[in-house]
Design a protein. Structure first.
Length: 381
């Protein structure tokens, strides 16, 4: 097994999750980290020896095979390009970039120079998401999918005092609920069904048009007490309702929310086929419901001895031992480093730079639809 040496750039909520997941693989050493904010202290807290306040210094000074980019969205393009110009493979957090032009430039550079680039749509790696994909491929749902519904719902931005850099469109891009979590939902749905969304109709709601921005920094998903604030005008959506039309004629409907009290991080996918339907709710992520019209319904439980080979591929523990969010990162990175080892992404199942470009195209169409209040055709570029 080839050993890899990597650097992690951005050590906030998700950068820390990357470090932890990488260490579970066994063949990847996190040699260095970079973050302009308290990097030495963050590195020391997780036992990484080399800490840099600038990603350029990390890339220039370390002998690396790959970098993981876990920084705010607006910085993804420049960091990924710099890493690739230095010959490094890249695992980039979603959303891929903040524009189609940036996404195209990254894809073209990677393809021209034979660089493997992954986008961390890790939620694809949930065993029951893979099981849904395998069951659709087996024809369990019948010869047609009629409709797909669900959403991705959270509550961490419910109050006007909740703050994150994601509320600033200069850092996060022109959509928020959709690009932050909706892109995960549509990525999973397209990957499970093999269908492509070809048209979209979106409607946005900004619950707090003025938010209170704390004076000082706030970590993602943390709450704040005793803070001082300034008023901050918000121009991105807290809620996004979206209708899709897929390339087989199926209809899709989904809601994305960051303001639904009590829903911490719920993803729901419902697929209605001509013979059977599927329902998956990640709040019970190790179970998958199969609905039938003329027979008993079934609950599939995550068990490598029972599920389809595709799902088994992303399971590390026996039945009855739940696997969840951090495990999807481990599986995603395992398949990414397998692809690097064999210098091939054939059958890798993970999201790659091309999927990141697709993500940005859909995201742009959702935004234009909400702004123009009409159906928008999703064209490939
Ligand atoms: N795949 C997932 O499930 C998932 C979940 C959460 C976040 N994300 C994505 O991860 C990225 C980071 O989100 P987060 O929630 O961890 O944010 P965060 O605010 O918790 O952390 C971001 C970190 O990046 C650092 N940073 C900012 N600019 C930098 C630069 N130029 N170089 C190096 N470090 C820099 C910040 O100091 C901070 O420590 C975003 O793109 C987000 O969409 C993905």
């Amino acid at each position: 097994m080839r050993k890899f040496t990597v650097g992690v750039i951005g050590l906030g909520f998700i950068g820390m999750a990357h470090v932890e997941a990488l260490r579970r693989l066994g063949n990847v050493e996190v040699a260095a980290v970079a973050d302009p904010d308290s990097c030495e202290a963050k590195a020391a807290s997780i036992g990484v020896q080399h800490a840099y306040s600038s990603y350029k210094e990390l890339i220039d000074n370390e002998k690396l095979d790959a970098v993981h980019i876990c920084t705010p969205n607006s910085t993804h393009f420049e960091i990924a390009m710099y890493a690739m110009e230095h010959g490094l493979a890249v695992m980039l957090e979603k959303p891929f970039t903040v524009s189609i032009d940036e996404a195209k430039a990254l894809c073209e550079y990677a393809e021209k120079n034979g660089i493997i680039g992954g986008v961390n749509h890790s939620l694809r790696m949930n065993p029951m998401v893979m099981e849904m994909k395998a069951l659709v491929q087996k024809g369990l749902l019948g010869d047609r999918i009629y409709a797909i519904s669900g959403g991705y719902i959270q509550d961490w931005l419910l109050y006007d005092t909740d703050w994150s850099w994601r509320l600033d469109s200069k850092l996060s891009g022109k959509t928020r609920a959709f690009s932050d979590i909706g892109t995960h939902w549509i990525d999973m749905v397209e990957n499970i069904t093999g269908l492509r969304a070809v048209e979209v109709l979106a409607e946005f709601e900004i619950a707090h048009k003025i938010r209170k921005k704390p004076v000082g920094t706030v970590q993602t998903f943390s709450s704040s007490t005793g803070m001082k604030y300034t008023d901050f005008p918000v121009d991105t959506e807290d809620w996004c309702s979206v209708l899709f039309r897929f390339d087989n004629g199926a209809i899709g409907s989904a809601n994305m929310s960051q303001i639904t009290a009590g829903r911490k991080n719920q993803q729901i996918i419902d697929i209605s086929g001509s013979e059977a339907s599927l329902h998956w709710d990640n709040e019970h992520s190790n179970e998958l419901w199969i609905g039938r019209r003329d027979e008993y319904n079934q609950i599939v439980v995550k068990d490598p001895g029972l599920v389809e080979p595709l799902a088994k591929r992303v399971i590390s523990y026996p039945g009855g031992h739940n696997e969840g969010f951090p495990d999807t990162f481990k599986q995603q990175f395992r398949l990414f480093y397998d692809a690097l080892e064999h210098n091939s992404t054939e059958g890798a199942e993970i999201s790659l730079f091309r999927d990141g470009l697709r993500e940005m195209i859909v995201n742009d169409c959702v935004y234009r639809s909400a702004m123009e209040r009409k159906w928008i055709r999703i064209e490939e570029v």
